[in-house]
Design a protein around this ligand. Sequence first.
Ligand code: ZN
Length: 103
Amino acid sequence: MATPEREKFYECEVKRRRVKLGGGYEPFWKVKLIAEALVDEDTEFRCKDCGGPVKLYRRYIKNAPPPHLEHKLKSDSEHCCAGLHFLKATDGRAARMSSAPVR
Ligand SMILES: [Zn+2]
């Protein structure tokens, strides 16, 4: 049996902080390569297309894909414009944002 196809994203949004006008800090999301985010030790991630929670595969394993992300929720994968299940769907469904977006 063939290995089932897995989602692999190499880009994500990471939560960063920036200086706010008038003082203090405010969080914002920045698109980044996973490899870069790992080097920078970012800890909060989300899908850059639907804003949904993602699972991070950070280890380098021989014969396995390099660090990457998958949607945590199957429903996100089914409706995110970059989702594996969405891209495979043949019912002409419309892409939408995550039902449980990370803020
Ligand atoms: Zn997504």
